[in-house]
Design a protein around this ligand. Structure first.
Ligand code: AMP
Ligand code: ZN
Length: 474
């Protein structure tokens, strides 16, 4: 198995510390609001990694933290505490806020067939471990106290910036540009290990430095150490974590232990919406529930994610979501046909496909290639139960609930179902491609052709809705 290591910027042969059980840490959600589809893309990537490791015969010890405390609105220790802000605006306690959004997050994982990691520790249950960690860093001369907290002195850590390949000068420049520079810090890019709490701060704990709360980065260093030890195999997160959060985690963990703690750093690229950033002000921070309300099945969103390599940006549009739903419905429908057929395939063909699929996904999680191999098998000129069984083999990684849905109509999408002629799916795909290539004439012709077949495509503010004529929605 090969994985791309952000630390070395190369694809490397994966060699675990223990030949049986792979140790993985994934940065989990900050539970002060709903996770959006961008966040969920990163967890789909984490899930694919788990499943590919298992396909390669490994067991897993996988930790994903739940950040239920002290994550400020800026990565750099400034601004408001997001948990407290949400609590105030909803007239709840931060604990109630965390509990509610944690529940929704786990239910979203389930809807997307994302396996829950073996260990999912909450930050608030590990304050003691974090305090011990900070004390250790202070004892070694990496932590120092100011009037508002304990800070990490990055000039003491010579390897600072190695993951993001940013030198110290860049870090200083970046930190100096931010408004709230704390002038007691020795260095503008020093970061908080522990914050002293003003009276009105709701979440606070006793510590050797008085009442306070932990910095965000210390959480992951303390919990990964507790559950995975001083050396573990893989650390995952989104690419936005590379320059600050993960750089800081490395600085903390390596300073305390005196050695490298993580062998492979893997990062998922961002999801864009209409080629731009998601933001509350644009109203495009969609959630899985938003998609479901519009009639898409959550697994169609998973399918959409699987179409892109985790290391490339992926652009979400309603057209692309329509295409993913159509493809998933067609997949289920085709599976049903193969399942019903006893014919056997030429000797060894299914094994050959299995090997091709395993090689593809084991090559730094090349799932789009794996999906291509699945479709090649499904389109084989002969129908056969062996093809259905091969598909179930791929589903161990793809996680699309193929067994449960083979041959079923997808109730979430009026366009699905076995009574829809297969050429409809081809036409919809062709239209999506034509629009992508700005060939609007062809796109319109296809729309008319579909209309004549009883399939209406409705352009809405959010994009195109595909509906059967008798089911047209308002
Ligand atoms: P947060 O709860 O903000 O810490 O984010 C949870 C995870 O989602 C982190 O691993 C982020 O890197 C990741 N993430 C945030 N925004 C996006 C996005 N637009 N696309 C993909 N991943 C994202
Ligand atoms: Zn983290």
């Amino acid at each position: 198995m090969k994985v791309y290591n952000t630390l070395t910027r190369t694809k490397e042969e994966f060699r675990p510390i223990d030949s049986e059980t792979v140790t993985v840490y994934s940065c989990g959600p900050t539970v002060y609001s709903y996770a959006h589809i961008g966040n969920m893309r990163t967890y789909v990537f984490m899930d694919i990694l788990r499943r590919v490791l298992k396909l390669n015969g490994y067991k897993l010890r996988h930790v994903m933290n739940i950040t239920d405390v002290g994550h400020l609105t800026s990565d750099a220790d400034e601004g408001e505490d997001k948990m407290e802000k949400a609590a105030k605006s909803q007239s709840k306690t931060p604990w109630e806020i965390a509990e509610y959004y944690t529940g929704v997050f786990f239910s979203d994982l389930k809807r997307l067939n994302i396996e829950t990691p073996e260990i999912t520790p909450k930050a608030t249950d590990h304050i003691e471990e974090m305090i011990e960690f900070v004390k250790g860093l202070c004892d070694k001369g990496y932590g120092y106290e100011t009037s508002d907290g304990i800070y990490y002195d990055i000039s003491r850590f010579k390897r600072y910036g190695r993951l993001s390949r940013m030198n110290l000068e860049d870090q200083i420049a970046g930190a100096s540009e931010r408004v709230d520079v704390n002038n007691e810090k020795r260095h503008p890019a020093d970061f908080a290990l522990w914050k002293k709490a003003p009276k009105e701060h709701i979440m606070q704990w006793p510590s050797p430095w008085g009442m306070g709360y932990p910095g965000w980065h210390i959480e992951c260093s303390a919990m990964s150490r507790k559950y995975l030890g001083d050396r573990f195999d893989i650390h995952t997160g989104g690419v936005d974590h590379i320059p600050i959060h993960h750089e800081n985690e490395i600085a903390q963990s390596e300073a305390l232990t005196g050695h490298k703690t993580v062998n492979y750093w893997m990062h998922g690229e961002f999801l864009l919406v209409d080629n731009g950033k998601m933001s509350k002000s644009l109203g495009n921070t969609y959630t899985i529930s938003d998609l479901a309300e519009k009639g898409y099945s959550p697994l169609a969103y998973r399918y959409f994610c699987l179409n892109g390599n985790y290391r490339n940006k992926l652009n979400f549009t309603w057209d692309a979501m329509d295409a993913a739903q159509v493809s998933l419905d067609r997949l289920y429908e085709t599976l049903g046909k193969h399942k019903a057929e006893d014919d056997s395939l030429p000797e060894g063909l299914a094994d050959e496909w299995k090997k091709e699929f395993t090689d593809a996904v084991s090559d730094d999680l090349n799932v789009p290639l794996g999906l291509g191999i699945l479709w090649k098998a499904l389109r084989y000129p002969q129908k056969s139960r062996e093809i259905y069984e091969f598909a179930l083999f791929t589903d161990e990684v793809l996680g699309l609930s193929m067994e449960e849905n083979a041959g079923k109509d997808n109730k979430n999408n009026e366009c699905g179902g076995s009574d829809v002629p297969p050429e409809v799916y081809d036409l919809i795909e062709e239209r999506t491609n034509a629009k992508k290539n700005k060939d609007y004439k062809t796109a319109d012709e296809i729309r008319d052709k579909l209309k004549a077949m009883g399939i209406t495509l409705i352009d809405t503010k959010e994009g195109v809705k595909i509906v059967r004529e008798q089911n047209v929605r308002k």
